[in-house]
Design a protein around this ligand. Structure first.
Ligand code: SF4
Length: 352
């Protein structure tokens, strides 16, 4: 397979054009075609000579891949399934809400973190996605020109694939790239502290931290990997940074019935987050096979939210979307993996 041109940063394009003996400005012209125009082949780069286009095509392809399946919800949410070059499947969710059109991106095939409530975690880890595969999720869906917000909250832990994440953010936010505002991009993490520190120092994107409990022991039960990165370390790291530069910090909190929804939790959350300008985003649990965790009822969820607001913590409840199409992250790709070989989709069979 040819190397993908889509997903290369300007520095890499400069290296490629320099090695081919092309003028310096050619790299910028290629970046313009890749990230600002709607083309699907190198041959469409009309301001490059035919000779240059042929030379580039001998070594490189665009590297764009269409999804192999799509599921549409009655609420407008769509879940796209991409094949990760023979390494399994990833999911990308398109979520339209009033004025927003959000795309939820995956960064890994499977995940190492093994969170108790997550279907992707149950798949185990297959591989990291590269920058091309991360950005392809944006470029290769029919709604790519409608998007207003990007969230790295799909399959995988973004800070466990830091280099591809940061390369993707560079291409997304650079003037020569997609020119996205970093304030329209949110990265979600379970809190891998060294990578989080790097991200906070090198990006202005918003950060969402999976908290799920203010108590260390309980959190470790839900997120086994968190024993390496205690909550106190995460909070200390956040307090070390100037978070005023329009960056939004939010704490994701999946509410489980009878587990993390008590007054004790409200009080401890208020103590823990004191002094950090943040919000808590409460999330309804979407039941997955093989776990005894239960979803909280609507009334208790509202009570929990009011109790947190009363403590001065700005708290919201995330709207549940796509419940009729395997809303839980990783369910669609797990079902695909479990299908018998001869019933799987392939790119030729796709109809969107
Ligand atoms: Fe990985 Fe996120 Fe799932 Fe945890 S919740 S297993 S970090 S994908």
């Amino acid at each position: 397979m040819k190397e993908a041109l889509f997903g290369k940063a300007l520095t890499e394009l400069r290296k490629i054009t320099q090695e081919a003996g092309l003028p310096k400005f050619t790299a910028m012209q290629i970046a313009d075609w890749l990230y600002k125009k709607d083309i699907t082949s190198i041959d469409e780069m009309h301001n490059l000579s035919k000779k240059v286009r042929i030379a580039l095509s001998q070594k490189f392809g665009m590297g764009l891949q269409t999804p192999v399946n799509v599921k549409s919800s009655t609420d407008g949410t769509k879940k796209y399934l991409f094949e990760a070059n023979g390494r399994g499947y990833i999911e990308t969710a398109f979520i339209p809400e009033r004025k927003r059109r959000t795309l939820c991106l995956s960064v890994q095939v499977g995940c190492k973190m093994g969170c108790l409530f997550c279907m992707t975690g149950k798949q185990g880890f297959q591989s990291n996605l590269n920058t091309n595969e991360i950005l392809n999720q944006i470029k290769s869906i029919p709604e790519n020109n409608q998007l207003t917000n990007l969230v790295f909250m799909g399959m995988g832990e973004p800070f466990d694939n830091l280099s591809a994440l940061m390369n993707s953010i560079e291409i997304l936010t650079s003037d020569w790239g997609f020119s996205w505002s970093p304030h329209r991009i949110t990265v979600s993490t379970i809190g891998i502290v060294p990578a989080m520190k790097y991200f906070l120092e090198n990006s202005l994107c918003h950060l969402a931290i999976s908290l799920h409990s203010p108590f260390e022991k309980e959190r470790r039960m839900l997120l086994p990997v968190s024993q390496k990165y205690p909550i106190a370390d995460i909070i200390n790291e956040l307090k070390n940074h100037d978070l005023k530069r329009q960056r939004r910090i939010s704490f994701e909190y999946i509410v489980f019935k009878g587990l993390n929804d008590t007054h004790r939790h409200v009080n401890e959350l208020a103590r823990l987050l004191n002094g950090i300008k943040c919000r808590i985003n409460l999330i309804r649990f979407h039941t997955i096979p093989g776990t005894s965790l239960e979803a909280i009822d609507e009334r208790r969820l509202q009570i929990f939210k009011f109790a947190l607001n009363a403590k001065g913590i700005f708290t919201t409840i995330r709207a549940s979307r796509g419940q009729d199409i395997d809303a839980a992250c990783g369910l669609l790709s797990t079902r695909e993996l479990m299908k018998p070989e001869d019933t799987k989709f392939n790119s030729q069979s796709l109809k969107i």
